[in-house]
Design a protein around this ligand. Structure first.
Ligand code: IPM
Ligand code: MG
Length: 367
């Protein structure tokens, strides 16, 4: 049988340097655990625009459709701010999500013990936090029509449309319930049914799907109240399911509870392919951080944890994923910190590649 295939899209900014560390980890699993992958690499975002005049070529799109999983670094940067909207780096990422139909975006927010002091919230509020936000990723206001900027009378009007079909809500709700079944069996759905019809429908469909999962304790919250509760006492949640835009906001807020965006991975999953695996793209929640790009300061952990999620969700290697997560936990416990995890303490941070090396050593110790 041929090896499982991985398409790596490092992207822009710190993307390439964090991805370089992921490649070392992938090689480690090949050498030490016999887990070989057929890895290919390509361009996305601003780097693709520089080379081809588009943030994602049709060839790269076609490759992404064929592989078992895509691993993406980050896209964007100030250099590309002047570009027309249609060729901005972000469009490459949004095209991948849309055309691969990756409707369920899993964004865990997990607080590593060694970093509990680092959160802007009190330690007892975040210590041991382990929640997952399931964000709908291919519909809603990000893609709804009509959209655009039109002339009306003597001024311009910016238009975007929030739009959800029942089937779109149904399928992401199912992903969230399935995940809740494998975790704490608690699901909170967030919308704004008090002001939006799409929210009313969202609540109805989620409730309906919930009847098929009687073991899961389902609750509903308005998304603004949800944001407040996330900051007040996040440990009340296990799995949260929400739409594309609310999910974008709530996942950034949840991420910050854990201390650093540099720690958080994500998985974007679609329908199962012929081989039974879901179409999948894995990426860190953080962006391209152009201010520190190319300086060896970036934290590679979010991207490495994204590969751990790939091991778990695309390759059925939950044990190996846990091995990798544990190695990272150990490295943090030993005190290794990249600059984003240090605050103003004046301690000397480790570089991106030193963090990678420490993780490889911890992996060796796990054997
Ligand atoms: C995210 C990002 C993207 C989004 C951008 C880069 C298009 O903020 O993945 O959360 O808004 O979805
Ligand atoms: Mg975002």
């Amino acid at each position: 049988m041929s090896n499982p295939s991985l398409l790596i899209l490092p992207g822009d900014g710190i993307g390439p340097e964090v991805m370089a560390e992921v490649r070392r980890v992938i090689d480690w699993f090949g050498d030490k655990r016999g887990l070989k992958f057929d890895v290919s690499e390509d361009l996305v975002g601003g780097s693709a625009y520089d080379a081809h005049g588009t943030p994602l070529t049709d060839e790269t799109m076609a490759k992404a459709q064929e592989v078992d999983a895509v691993l993406l670094g980050a896209v964007g940067g100030p250099k590309y701010d002047v570009l027309d909207f249609s060729v901005k780096p972000e469009r490459g990422l949004l095209r991948l999500r849309k055309e691969m139909d990756l409707y369920a975006n899993l964004r865990p927010a997990q607080c590593f013990d060694a970093l509990a002091d680092f959160s802007s919230l009190k330690k007892d509020v975040v210590a041991g936090l382990d929640i997952v936000i399931v964000r709908e990723l291919t519909s809603g206001i990000y893609f709804g029509e009509p959209r655009g900027i039109i002339e009306e009378g003597n001024e311009r009007v910016g238009i975007n449309t929030q739009r959800y079909t029942e089937s779109e809500i149904d399928r992401v709700a199912r992903s969230a319930f399935e995940l809740a079944m494998r975790r704490g069996k608690k699901l909170c759905s967030m919308e704004k049914a008090n002001v939006m019809e799409s929210g009313i429908l969202w609540r109805e469909v989620v409730t309906e799907v919930g009847k098929e999962y009687p073991e899961v304790e389902l609750s509903h919250m308005y998304a603004d109240a949800g944001a407040m509760q996330l900051c007040r006492w996040p440990k009340q949640f296990d799995v949260i399911v929400t739409d594309n835009l609310f999910g974008d906001l709530l996942s950034d807020a949840a991420a910050m509870l854990t201390g650093s965006l540099g720690m958080l991975p994500s998985a974007s999953l679609g329908a199962p392919m012929a081989n039974g695996r879901p179409k999948a793209l894995y990426e860190p929640v953080h962006g391209s951080a152009p201010d520190i790009a190319g300086q060896g300061k970036a934290n590679p952990i979010a991207c490495i944890l994204s590969f751990a999620m790939a091991l778990r969700y695309s390759f059925d290697k939950g044990d190996e994923a846990t091995r990798l997560e544990q190695a990272i936990e150990n490295v943090l416990a030993k005190g290794y910190r990249t600059a984003d995890l240090l605050g103003e303490e004046g301690k000397q941070p480790v570089s991106t590649s030193e963090m990678g090396t420490a993780i490889l050593e911890a992996l060796d110790e796990s054997l």
